[in-house]
Write a protein that binds this ligand. Structure first.
Ligand SMILES: [Zn+2]
Length: 332
C-alpha cells in the first residue's frame, strides 16, 4: 500500500508511528465539561478550552516525533454517543454499563438514521491547520454504532448497520473533500458476532469507503480475532489497526498460519496498564511482528486510545515507542 500512500502525496518513513485516537483530557477541560453539563459555562467557552487542549496534544505529538497525528478527541465523550448526537434518527438513553467499567449514555435508534452535516470535519481541519504532518480523519464505524445502540426502528441489525453506513459515508466524503488523506474507521465491536462479518459488516464498510480517495485504516479492539481471521481481510480497507500487545502478540501465530495481506498497525503499547514499557520491550515486540509481516506493511502504535492513562504515562509510553521504532529502522 506504499504506492497508494505515495499517490496521495504521503511520503511516510518505514514503520510509520501513530496513535489510535484519544488522549487524556487535561484537568481544566474535565472541569469545563462538568460545568458545561451543569449549565454554568456556555458552549463557546467550552470550545475554547477544547481547542487549547487540542493544540497542546498536537504539540506533544510533534515533539515526540510521531509520523501520523490525531486530534486527540478533546471534544468527545463516548465514541458511539458522540456520533449518535450528531446524526438524525437517534435519541440517547441514561447511563448504561458495558465492558467492565465503561459507562456511557447508550444511543437509541428511533427513526431513519441520516447525516445532517459534517460531524468531525471542523475538528479535523483545526488540528490539520496546526501541523504539516498528516492528521487522521476519525469516525466510529457503522457496525460498532449499531452494536452499541438500542434499535427501536429498523427490522434487523443488518438494516440498522447499513443505514448507518450510508450516513457515515457522507461524513467520510466530507473529510476527504476537506483534505483528509488518511481516514480511520473505528470498529472495536466488529468481532461481537463473527457470523455478521460476512453477512453484512463487510458490505457496510464498503458502503462507507466506496469511491472515496483516501488511505483507510480500521481500528479493532476487544478482539476475538481467532473467530474473524482471515475472513476479516475482506473488509475493504488498506490498514488494520489491531490491539495486539495486550494479548501477548498471539496474533503472530495466527499470521504465521494465514499470512496478513494488507498493511497493519500493530498495537505494541498496552493502554490498560500504568506501567510505561521500556524501549527494549517494545523493540522486541516490533521484531516479533516483523517475523510475520514485511517492514513496508508495518505501522506501529498503542493498542487503543490513551484517554484512560495520565498525560505523563501516555507521553512516556509514546516516547519509548518512538525510540524503539528508530532503533529498528536503523537495523533494517
Ligand atoms: Zn480500541
Amino acid at each position: 500500500m506504499r504506492k497508494k500512500l505515495r499517490d496521495l502525496g504521503l511520503d511516510l518513513p518505514l514503520l510509520p508511528t501513530t496513535t489510535v485516537g484519544s488522549f487524556p483530557k487535561p484537568a481544566y477541560l474535565q472541569e469545563a465539561r462538568r460545568l458545561h453539563a451543569a449549565g454554568k459555562i456556555d458552549v463557546r467557552r467550552l470550545r475554547e478550552l477544547e481547542e487549547k487542549a487540542t493544540r497542546e496534544w498536537i504539540s506533544a505529538q510533534l515533539e515526540l516525533g510521531l509520523d501520523v497525528l490525531v486530534d486527540g478527541e478533546m471534544y468527545r465523550g463516548d465514541m458511539a454517543t458522540y456520533f449518535a448526537e450528531h446524526l438524525d434518527g437517534f435519541g440517547i438513553s441514561g447511563l448504561v454499563r458495558s465492558y467492565g467499567n465503561r459507562y456511557y449514555r447508550k444511543p437509541v435508534i428511533k427513526g431513519e438514521v441520516r447525516w445532517r452535516g459534517p460531524i468531525t470535519v471542523e475538528w479535523w481541519r483545526f488540528a490539520q491547520g496546526l501541523t504539516e504532518k498528516p492528521v487522521k480523519g476519525m469516525i466510529t464505524g457503522p457496525y460498532t454504532m449499531m452494536d452499541w445502540s438500542f434499535n427501536e426502528f429498523y427490522p434487523s441489525r443488518r438494516d440498522a448497520c447499513l443505514a448507518l453506513a450510508r450516513a457515515l459515508h457522507e461524513e467520510v466524503k466530507a473529510l476527504a473533500k476537506a483534505g483528509a488523506r488518511i481516514i480511520q474507521i473505528d470498529e472495536p465491536a466488529i468481532s461481537a458476532r463473527p457470523k455478521e462479518l460476512p453477512e453484512f459488516a463487510v458490505e457496510a464498510m464498503r458502503t462507507v469507503t466506496e469511491g472515496v480517495n483516501a488511505y483507510f485504516i480500521t481500528h479493532i479492539c476487544y478482539g476475538a480475532f481467532e473467530f474473524i481471521y482471515p475472513q476479516m481481510l475482506e473488509l475493504p480497507v488498506d490498514n488494520f489497526d489491531l490491539e495486539t500487545s495486550n494479548s501477548n502478540l498471539d496474533l503472530v501465530d495466527l499470521f504465521r498460519k494465514y499470512p496478513f495481506t494488507k498493511d497493519i498497525s500493530f498495537g505494541l503499547v498496552d493502554v490498560h496498564s500504568h506501567v510505561v514499557e521500556d524501549r527494549r520491550t517494545i523493540e522486541a515486540r516490533i521484531r516479533r511482528a516483523l517475523e510475520v509481516v514485511r517492514p513496508d506493511q508495518l505501522w506501529v502504535d498503542p493498542d487503543c486510545g490513551l484517554k484512560t492513562r495520565t498525560a505523563e504515562e501516555s507521553i512516556g509510553k509514546l516516547r519509548a515507542m518512538v525510540e524503539a521504532v528508530k532503533s529498528v529502522r536503523e537495523s533494517i
